[in-house]
Design a protein around this ligand. Structure first.
Ligand SMILES: [Mg+2]
Length: 226
């Protein structure tokens, strides 16, 4: 079983909102922050810019959207404030630990598949108490390809010693996680926490909470005709 980290196990929106409050006093500009993040994170995932540059450029672009143009030094200083606040706020969703405990008790081998830089994501995984929770930690910054590229899913299956058709992957992004996994030959599961009204593509399973994952796997793993 493979799992995404951000917005799947870790409540990234809550920690990002907390960081925004630390930066500007409230999170009223959350939609602007989220849009700026989408634009800049895509550039990082594509390998266009490195993570630290992305973070500083994103903060600079956020303030520029409100007409404030920051020097390099000031953009870096504000990003340091924001990042420190975010790291203090990192935490798991309530359904994450019970789900991981169930998966372990069921005897499944567990891997993380995450699009992020190596050091940052390993620090995060340790900070939320999951350093020993997985048999494999597969990070795009280490393997050189990012979700939805089939290569990162293949790397995770290899690390688990399983064939893709024996492995499921769950994540909060329909295209990056669920469709990417399906196209790589795994069982793709979309964690639609917000209950978005969006039809699931063929071959993609949908859950709205990690509490639903055990039941889905139990049904899915029943031998045909049983
Ligand atoms: Mg995610």
């Amino acid at each position: 079983m493979c799992l995404d980290i951000d917005d799947t196990l870790l409540d990234n929106e809550a920690s990002s909102r907390q960081a925004l409050r630390a930066l500007v006093g409230n999170d009223g500009a959350w939609p602007v922050w989220r849009r700026t993040t989408e634009e800049h994170y895509a550039r990082f995932v594509e390998g266009e810019i490195d993570f630290d540059v992305m973070c500083t450029e994103r903060t600079r672009a956020f303030f520029a959207a409100f007409g404030e143009h920051l020097s390099d030094t000031e953009a870096a200083r504000r990003e340091d404030v924001r990042m420190a606040a975010m790291q203090r706020a990192w935490g798991l969703f309530d359904d994450a630990r019970p789900c991981l405990d169930w998966l372990r008790a069921a005897g499944l081998r567990l891997a993380v598949i995450t699009n992020a830089p190596s050091d940052y994501q390993r620090k995060k995984i340790a900070a939320i108490g999951l350093a020993d929770a997985f048999d494999a930690v597969v990070i795009s910054g280490e393997v050189g390809v990012a979700k939805p590229d089939a290569g990162i899913f293949a790397a995770a299956c290899a690390r688990l010693g399983l064939e893709p058709h024996e492995v499921a992957h769950v994540g909060d992004r329909l295209d990056t996680d669920a469709v990417g996994a399906r196209d790589a030959g795994l069982r793709g599961i979309w964690l639609n926490r917000a209950g978005k009204r969006r039809p699931a593509p063929e071959g993609v399973h949908v859950i709205t909470s990690l509490r639903q994952l055990p039941e889905l796997l139990v049904c899915d793993l029943e031998p045909a005709g049983a």
